[in-house]
Ligand binder design. Structure first.
Ligand SMILES: CC(C)(COP(=O)(O)OP(=O)(O)OC[C@H]1O[C@@H](n2cnc3c(N)ncnc32)[C@H](O)[C@@H]1OP(=O)(O)O)[C@@H](O)C(=O)NCCC(=O)NCCS
Length: 322
């Protein structure tokens, strides 16, 4: 029997550069209160969001991906032709055919890479990070561009107070490459498909509905274990974590997870949700870039990340910041 040869992989993969794009338009809680029955006090106390960004017409999913991806490429020091795989995570593609991965790659000048879109709801970026990590470790790719991008304002009823105050737009990206030391730990991922209608665009509808309380309960009771599992798989403890950057869905969920894991003053906690809202697959890289730009997180820090959302899906891992 002829043996199928496999490729030689790298001992590990790491994030070499991060980048993000925030849409120009800031939408404050007071602005939303003019078109729906809500108020700044309710939103800040229940969700922790002070403002969010909504993309304008000229800030398409592809445009925002290119902006964030271009910055991540520049930060990585790699040339576009050194990238051989592009993964774009998004849950708000309004045109399913074609996927945007190939176009994002083309417009960034990346010649003929493997390119595809991935939809794992708000967990999309962390799912994509894991796929990219494994592609590098198995030798299927050398350097990978991962983008998380959303225009949730397109799929949100902008007068529905149960979703419009939460969901927002933006893009974040990471370039991954091979390294001797692993810079990305094993993923702790899974899904609870019995709750598949908790966040959905139902058949025949164009906007999202969400069972807010059910999702809140699920996130605060089930996902601490996922975070613990991600740390255990990577062989680290909470005391080793410098930066905690979970999905930016709700400040109360973030604080609850941080408390359960025992993160104290020594751990930097991402609170980008306050200024960005819930940007789904873009939220983790947006939060990480914000912390690095402000100097709160630094190169070499060990971060614990987690994405979770529609599906219901979840994925977390430990990673070293570039
Ligand atoms: C959505 C969420 C903020 C709602 O908060 P909550 O405390 O569960 O609020 P409830 O739905 O119980 O509503 C409480 C009251 O506030 C009202 N309310 C709901 N949205 C409101 C808004 N935007 N402004 C003002 N009042 C609002 C409700 O009508 C209800 O009023 P009532 O008591 O008179 O009936 C919260 O459930 C949540 O964050 N869930 C998780 C969602 C999430 O993270 N999703 C993303 C995962 S990717």
């Amino acid at each position: 029997m002829t043996t199928i040869k496999l490729r030689e992989g790298a001992p590990g993969a790491s994030i070499l550069g991060l980048g993000s794009y925030r849409p120009r338009r800031r939408v404050t809680n007071d602005e939303l209160a003019q078109v729906m029955d809500t108020n700044d006090e309710w939103i800040q106390s229940r969700v922790g969001i002070a403002e969010r960004r909504w993309a304008s017409e000229d800030e398409t999913l592809v445009d925002m991906s290119i902006a964030a991806g271009g910055k991540a490429l520049a930060a990585s020091g790699l040339a576009p032709d050194q990238i051989d795989l592009v993964i774009v995570a998004s849950a708000s593609l309004t045109a399913p055919i074609p996927g945007i991965g190939p176009q994002v790659a083309h417009r960034l000048g990346i010649p003929r890479p493997g390119a595809f879109d991935l939809n794992a709801g708000c967990a999309g970026f962390c799912y994509a990070l894991s796929v990219a990590n494994d592609a590098i470790r198995t030798g299927e790719a050398t350097n990978v561009l991962v983008v998380g991008v959303e225009r949730l304002s397109d799929v949100t009823d902008q007068t529905d107070r149960s979703t419009a105050v939460i969901f927002a737009d933006g893009a974040g990206a990471a370039v991954l490459g091979p390294t001797d030391e692993p810079g990305i730990g094993p993923v702790a991922w899974g899904s609870d498909g019995d709750q598949y209608t908790a966040i959905e665009i139902a058949a025949g509808r164009s906007t999202m509905t969400m069972a807010g309380q059910a999702v809140y309960r699920w996130a605060t009771t089930k996902l601490t274990q996922t975070l613990i599992e991600a740390m255990e798989k990577a062989g680290v403890t909470a005391a080793d974590i410098d930066v905690f950057a979970p999905h930016q869905a709700n400040l109360r969920i973030i604080e609850s997870m941080a408390k359960k894991l025992g993160f104290g003053e020594d751990t930097v906690i991402a609170r980008d949700v306050v200024l960005s809202g819930n940007t789904s697959a873009a939220s983790v890289p947006l939060a990480l870039t914000a912390l690095m730009e402000s100097g709160e997180a630094k190169s070499g820090d060990l971060a614990l990340v987690l994405g979770y959302g529609a599906g219901l899906t979840f994925a977390g891992q430990v990673l070293r910041l570039p």
